[in-house]
Write a protein that binds this ligand. Structure first.
Ligand SMILES: [Zn+2]
Length: 386
């Protein structure tokens, strides 16, 4: 028989992180609001808030006139109460940053690193550079570091943080989490850039008010990340959302994966370059000059992005679909008129059910995303055993 043990310490810890995550989510809250929303007594809320204030994780910010005209002090997350080290590893750009609890970068280092080398070479550079950033920290800052978050493209297991494959770097079967943790003495969380970008927008950016959202990520491949009721859904092997390899045309172009007509062959940057036999920059220049071939190519890409949106809306019924990724950021023309195009394909009952959203975190979204995984796991502490 399963035996549920009444454990005061455990319940206390659960409440501590519950209140912290509610304050994070709602930005500013009073003790009375917290008591109301959680059904906890004012006394219990007061005691836990006292602990959170002493630990420096929340702070008081002004007052609001509440029910019955009584003044209530508002609480918010103390962004300087803890910090996270975020690491982005990508083919053309890798960086490390120290990020505060509201997603602000306080220290940052761009790495001169080609990720298309052996995993050991790349990870040793990351470890060395992180050690240097840590050595420059004041003791006060160092003591407040929660953990390290890392993002990279590819298939990665969760929570083990093992890379199954990163085609862009030619990596296979690398236990990144274990490798970095051994050297740096911090807990390390690893996830894909697609998921961390969605999480960052949810925690710090334009999706804070959306609990059901999907990120469509367009770069050298195509992927998606899915959030249901505020939680990322990962599937059995952390591969949920790999829509780039859905077969759209069994007789279509050859995909990097070795099969024909995958979704990403219609609009990812490497496929467009392959089709045009030109670099992306030239394709978009020709498109701006309204050259026929480029207009046709980009219009076809848009059409299939529209189809992807229609399929996402049918499968997940999200409130928001974030369209992002390196190609969208560099060439926003690719999503021009995309609402209208998608509307042609979306099933009528779903037409008004979602909103298309652009990324709101404009710079350093990689490292901010990497920090978001850590914040999410920190706030989730309420679910953990102690
Ligand atoms: Zn494929």
């Amino acid at each position: 028989m399963f035996n549920m043990r009444y454990d005061q310490k455990r319940i206390r810890k659960y409440h501590y992180f519950l209140l912290l995550s509610l304050i994070q989510k709602h930005k500013k809250m009073s003790r009375t609001e917290l008591a109301k929303i959680t059904n906890m007594s004012n006394t219990t809320v007061g005691k836990i808030i006292k602990e959170l204030l002493e630990d420096g994780l929340v702070k008081e910010v002004g007052q609001v006139v509440g029910d019955l005209g009584r003044r209530a002090t508002l609480l918010k997350i103390n962004s300087e109460g803890a910090y996270i080290i975020g690491v982005e590893i990508n083919l053309d750009h890798s960086e490390i940053a120290v990020v505060s609890l509201n997603g602000t970068i306080v220290k940052r280092r761009i790495l001169n690193l080609n990720a298309n080398q052996s995993p050991e070479t790349v990870l040793n550079v990351i470890i060395l550079e992180t050690k240097e950033i840590i050595s420059e920290m004041s003791t006060d800052l160092f003591d407040k570091i929660l953990a390290i978050g890392v993002n990279l493209p590819g298939l990665i297991t969760w929570p083990e943080g093992k890379v199954l494959v990163v085609p862009q770097f030619h990596w296979r079967e690398v236990n990144i989490k274990e490798y970095i943790e051994k050297e740096l003495n911090f807990v390390v969380y690893i996830d894909t850039d697609t998921r961390t970008e969605l999480l960052a927008e949810h925690l710090y950016g334009g999706l804070t008010n959306y609990e059901n959202a999907v990120c469509l990520y367009i770069g050298s491949g195509v992927g998606s990340a899915v959030m249901v009721n505020g939680e990322l859904v990962r599937g059995h092997d952390n591969m949920l959302g790999e829509i780039g390899h859905i077969t759209i045309d069994p007789n279509g172009d050859l995909c990097d994966c070795g099969r024909l007509g995958c979704l990403q062959t219609f609009f990812c940057s490497s496929s467009l370059e392959k089709k045009a036999q030109k670099p992306l920059r030239e394709i978009f220049t020709a498109y701006e000059l309204r050259e026929d071939w480029a207009v046709r190519l980009i219009n076809q890409a848009r059409l299939y992005i529209g189809l992807a949106i229609s399929n996402i809306s049918c499968i997940y019924n999200p409130e928001a679909i974030l369209i992002t990724g390196p190609m969208v950021r560099q060439y926003p023309q690719i999503t021009k008129d995309i609402e209208k195009i998608a509307e042609n394909y979306v099933w009528a009952p779903l037409k008004t059910s979602y909103k298309l959203v652009k990324p709101s975190i404009e710079e350093n979204s990689g490292v901010i995303g990497a920090s978001a995984i850590v914040l999410k796991e920190f706030l989730r502490f309420s679910n953990d055993d102690i």
